[in-house]
Write a protein that binds this ligand. Sequence first.
Ligand SMILES: [Zn+2]
Length: 491
Amino acid sequence: MRIFAAGIGTETNSFSPIPTGIDSFREYLWFEPGTHPAEAHFFTGPLVAARARAQREGHELIEGLHAFAAPAGPTTARAWAELRERLLEELAAALPVDVVLLSLHGAMIAEDCADCEGDLLAAVRARVGPKTIVAAELDPHCHLTEQMRANADLLVLYKEYPHTDTLERAHELVDLALRAASGAIRPVMAMADCRMLALFHTPREPVRGFVDRMKALEGRNGILSVSLAHGFPWGDVADCTAKVLVIADHDANRAQELAISLAREVRAMRGNTTEPVLGLEEGLARALKSPRRPIVIADTADNAGGGAPSDSTFMLERMLALGLEDVCLGPLWDPVAVRFCHLAGLGARLRLRVGGKVGPASGPPLDVEAEVIGLARGAVQRFGTGRTRLGDVAAIRIGGIEVLLNSIRTQAFDPALFTDHGISVHDKKLVVVKSMQHFYAGFKPLAAEVLWVNGPGALDQDFTRLSYRHLRRPIWPLDPPEVAFADAIGG
Ligand SMILES: [Zn+2]
């Protein structure tokens, strides 16, 4: 078999003030053909899985560009055109191929394109014709569209949130793609729309049981793959909604029936798919009342992984006002403050303006007396089998609070974010992480308790407060269930 593998992606937050240009991709994840390392990055599982199969079974793998940008606002038209053309040119040069294997995200919105992945898959299909298998791995925070379904043979989504199964799903995708290309199976895909805006925490019931059931359905009765697209509620596009996707062998009716029955189950879980989310004051009060330590608090509204600036000061300001001790917080994105700390040097004490720089959702900048307790250049953070870049970092102490400042915007994934730079976590009273849910895999093992706080910030979890312009209605919770679910699925 001849396989072409490439990847383009980002998760677009329509409400984020941070532009996504070509440098956003170059800075975050950019592997020219043939330069990807042996271990998979978060978004590049299909390439690594394809390499393994190619080596084992003698397939010919043609590697294309893999480029991903940290979640932020819409991708510029120029960046999108450059990436799209680049991928299509590489594909044209690789033809003929039996399999096109794409690493996508599924929630990329460009200034001039609301459905980048659908557009890309259609362009790929137009070039390869109907016989080549077109397969893509997607993040569950994707907007599944009919254009995507119609132009791909196989779409496989990660099932876990935190996304701890990206490589596992990539191996499944490659396996299905090779079987389809050899004629052993003929995949057909069906979708059912849950008409819901929601987050789904998969370690927690009832979502845990639903994910386990999806897995148990696969590989039996002609069902090849089952996915739940959570949707990304901060992407203001018509198809922003949760959807169930089923791939069956030959049998489109079977796929459609199962998708509908699972979508009904998803509707029944509404309002019960995440951990309880507390307000900022409520979260801090509850943490301080607990005799246990450390309490891990997720500052979910400032999660860079969802396009937030990661420089909001609401939590830090409040904790300083309370005079808290034995607290750490990070990562707080502030390239200017990092630079000043590097200039001042390790051990320096300086007046420093921290955070609050990107927009109103960042809160006010804080002017503090800081002690520099850790410095590093080009730091990285582990997540799953891969690494994400933190850029240059500075660990500072402000009174009893230690803060990890970074220069490449990203969320908290792993306690080494702190411990690599001289900030201990086990002995802290509070460990505040800027992250929505991905922190959970790394921080849960050390946490006496985990609290999710929806403070002020760019990623408000109260979707009724967001000013959507393109989202298709009706949809729960913006519309009542009897209106949102008045379709053939019911529930
Ligand atoms: Zn995701």
